[in-house]
Design a binder for this molecule. Structure first.
Ligand SMILES: *Cc1c(COP(=O)(O)O)cnc(C)c1O
Length: 215
């Protein structure tokens, strides 16, 4: 599918949900894609991209940022504390804040660097053992803890379990965000971004539908 098609599907979903046009930010997830494919999408005007791993992102994005103005890079994968500085220097948003140790590290580095990317707190809505994210019943406390550290928390992020109906997870995430006064909702991927938009997503993370399957 082309970038244009995805953008028009997002626009239609915004209208269908009674959302403002442009309310949803498309994050083009470029992880594992060859640079030539990423360059094509940059040439088409896309500027917001998502990467899963700090190491991979720091290998390819500094060059692209030299070549293209206005790149907005989002880290959407798990973040180890020893990679936090690198992530904060490179990325404009981090979607995977999920534990106190990481929050404290980000707060300390924000002081030191004098800036901090926009932060999303990842919630493990499916309570899956192998998945990152704070458990739903601990989300309120963790959000409060991040705010007490003066971190710029913009919203919540989730990755629903693969075999489950995603809308239940999107609804849960939206509920936790609303009761905590958070407006950002990072939810929805290639297979379910329209459902996510219907439920209030502000950021959809779409990879394979734009770039093709990851080899
Ligand atoms: C890979 C990835 C995506 C994109 O998934 P697609 O199904 O290719 O759209 C979105 N979010 C996260 C956290 C990812 O790791």
């Amino acid at each position: 599918m082309s970038l244009e098609e995805i953008k028009s599907r997002i626009a239609k979903a915004e209208i269908a949900a009674g959302r403002e046009p442009g309310a949803v930010t498309l994050i083009a997830v470029s992880k594992v894609q060859p640079n030539e494919r990423v360059a094509v999408v940059l040439e088409q005007g896309q500027r917001c991209f998502g990467e899963n791993r700090v190491q991979e992102a720091s290998g390819k994005w500094p060059d692209f940022m030299q070549q293209y103005d206005g790149v907005d890079l989002h880290l959407i994968g798990p973040l180890q504390t020893n990679k936090a500085r690198q992530a904060m220097e490179l990325c404009h948003a981090i979607h995977s804040v999920d534990r106190p140790k990481l929050a404290k590290t980000l707060a300390r580095l924000a002081q030191e660097l004098g800036h901090c990317p926009d932060l999303f707190i990842q919630v493990n809505t499916g309570e899956e053992e192998q998945k990152a994210g704070v458990m739903p019943d601990q989300a309120d406390d963790f959000i409060a803890e991040c705010r007490a550290l003066d971190l710029p928390v913009k919203g919540l992020m989730c990755i629903p379990p693969a075999e489950e109906e995603p809308s239940l997870h999107f609804a849960l995430l939206a509920k936790i965000a609303a009761r905590n006064g958070l407006s950002g909702l990072s939810m929805g991927m290639s297979s379910d971004f329209e459902t996510a938009i219907a439920q209030g997503a502000t950021h959809v993370r779409v990879g394979s539908a734009i770039f093709g399957t990851r080899g």
